[in-house]
Design a protein around this ligand. Structure first.
Ligand code: GLC
Length: 564
């Protein structure tokens, strides 16, 4: 391989995201815990993945399942203790697995000691840790909140006759990054975890940390579409650079920002190596392809088209072709299950479409992120009733809808495909009552399809299982560095049925064919010249390639060929 590829472990590594609340309960509380992750480390290692991203495990009153942190240097009691955490980290090091933690520093919990102080009086030393708007200035200019029933991000407090800012729930006040003491606290806590030996951070809504301190009225174009405004704060890049220089630079760590509202034109400002900010980030273009991102969040748009899906990935690949680095994901704890959304979870097409999507993530250039259960093809649960939901996002939007006298039936229909709880149901380990997740009733219902083959135990011993295909495909990525570093060329650009592309590095060339169709298809590849196409992997039986570069694909079939 060429020497100038700028190789890094976080480019070559495959990430496995764990939502600890839903992974494995070992204490009989119905809630997953850190010992549960420890128990499953051999399973994780056996997947072939390299890096675990753990959703927040810090002390938290759990208004938003750990994204409201009340102590950054302690472990949530429900999940265990710091000793458990240390044991987890040691177990991971033994197995040569890296650990990426969640860094949630746009906001804290209102039960964090800083906020408890801040709200006491206007002259409290912690007052400026948060954004306060004194009531004598009048009603503050409208800011939208994701999880507020009234949709307002300003909450009035009588104690000091002022409003505080909360982009998320009222229990998640936004930190004031203008204050150098706040930034120092954050860099110190990052250092605390790096000194323990963690290998990086996924940075929660990091694009929102800088605010325009004049809090002007939102410009007309952002009304109702506030996310790009939130992500464009005047000092964002000063802060990221400062964070890099103060902490990140000292360690060999991985950083991935969650960056709603960041457009492709702004991408390199975050990840161009020369700017020394982040390694990579999650963009939201794909997640917004079929869902409204503004208000109300996540309502369905027109059905998505494969050509649009290709366009998004091709454009994002191109922007990082020379500089920076991308990330690849199809779902996470905030979005519905990938096979239900981008594939087809009907009995007939579930296997092929789940494995086809795995082939996709593992044959593109950016670092691939898999979400627990994706390796066995877990699907959306599609709750019928609001009482089954646990997610603050669904529950509070339901209340808003109720107050507005909106259409609640339509709302629930939408949530069946959109709610975050679809992705948070317990991990399906086996066919037992609670799917091997817990001995008691889990905090969120288990999907009943764990009894129909969507579980680890049943798939373990089966040759043609989603799980074993995943393992094979992971190995294919490892054996073929071209899939990590090679250039990408889109083929069959305007085809609505098959996604085809080549990956090329020096004299190595691969062709990837992914069918998104429920029908058998024959496609001709004549945009690139080759004599021989030798099969590397496929999720279905291969029919002999015809003359004239024709390929026949079964429904949702995925194939990778080595070309010569
Ligand atoms: C991010 C998290 C999400 C959380 C929100 C507020 O989007 O991924 O789960 O609710 O930030 O912290």
């Amino acid at each position: 391989m060429k020497k100038d590829l700028n190789r890094h472990w976080w480019k070559e590594g495959i990430v496995y995201q764990i939502y600890p609340r839903s992974f494995q309960d070992t204490t009989g509380t119905g809630i997953g815990d850190i010992q549960g992750v420890i128990k499953r480390l051999d399973y994780i290692k056996g997947l072939g993945v390299d890096i675990i991203w753990l959703n927040p495990v810090y002390e938290s009153p759990n208004d938003d399942n750990g994204y409201d942190i009340s102590d950054y240097r302690n472990i949530m009691q429900e999940f265990g203790t710091m000793a458990d955490f240390d044991e987890l980290l040691a177990g991971m090091k033994e197995r040569d697995l890296k650990l990426v933690m969640d860094l949630v520093v746009n906001h804290t919990s209102d039960e964090h000691q800083w906020f408890e102080e801040s709200r006491k009086s206007r002259d409290n030393p912690y007052r400026d840790y948060y954004h306060w708007w004194p009531a004598e200035k009048g009603i503050p200019p409208k800011r939208w909140s994701y999880f507020d029933v009234e949709g307002s991000a300003w909450k009035y407090e009588e104690i000091t006759d002022a409003y505080y800012l909360h982009y998320f729930s009222v229990k998640q006040p936004d930190l004031n990054w203008e204050n150098p003491e706040v930034r120092k606290e954050i860099y110190d806590l990052m250092q605390f975890w790096f000194e323990k030996g963690v290998d990086g951070f996924r940075m929660d809504v990091i694009s929102f940390i800088s605010k325009d301190m004049n809090f002007p009225e939102l410009p007309e174009s952002y009304k109702g579409k506030f996310i790009p405004f939130y992500s464009n704060g005047p000092k964002l890049h000063d802060y990221l650079h400062e964070m890099n220089q103060s902490v990140l630079k000292k360690y060999d760590v991985m950083t991935v920002g969650e960056a709603p509202g960041v457009s492709i034109e702004q991408a390199l400002e975050f990840v161009d190596e020369d700017r020394e900010e982040l390694n990579m980030f999650f963009h939201f273009d794909l997640m917004e392809l079929d869902r409204e991102a503004g208000e109300p969040f996540l309502m369905a748009k027109e059905p998505w088209k494969l050509t649009e899906f290709k366009k998004i990935h091709s454009a994002w690949d191109a922007v990082f072709a020379e500089k920076g680095w991308g990330s690849m994901f199809l779902n996470n704890h905030d979005f519905p299950r990938s096979v239900s959304r981008w594939g087809n979870d009907s009995r007939t097409h579930w296997y092929n479409s789940a494995t086809m999507l795995q082939t996709f993530l593992l044959s593109m250039r950016g670092t691939p992120f898999f979400y627990y259960g994706e390796e066995i093809g877990m699907t959306n649960i599609r709750f019928e009733n609001i009482s089954e939901y646990q997610d603050i996002n669904t529950i509070n939007r339901y209340k808003t809808e109720e107050q507005r006298g909106g259409n609640l039936v339509k709302f629930i229909e939408n949530e069946k495909d959109a709610s975050r709880d679809n992705a948070r149901t317990p991990m399906q380990w086996d066919t037992s009552e609670n799917a091997g997740f817990s001995e008691t009733k889990p905090w969120l219902k288990v999907n009943l399809n764990h009894q129909e083959g969507i579980n680890v135990a049943s798939q373990e011993g089966k040759k043609n299982s989603v799980l074993n295909y995943f393992r094979q495909m992971v190995q294919v990525r490892k054996d073929h560095p071209t899939l990590v570093y090679g250039s990408y060329q889109l083929l069959l650009q305007s085809d609505e049925e098959v996604y085809a592309y080549s990956r090329v590095l020096e004299n190595m060339r691969y062709l990837v064919l992914l069918s998104f169709s429920t029908k058998k298809k024959i496609k001709t590849i004549n945009e690139i010249v080759f004599e021989k196409a030798e099969l590397v992997i496929s999720n279905d039986e291969i029919y002999p390639t015809n003359q004239n570069n024709q390929f026949e694909l079964m429904p949702y079939q995925a194939c990778i060929y080595k070309l010569s």
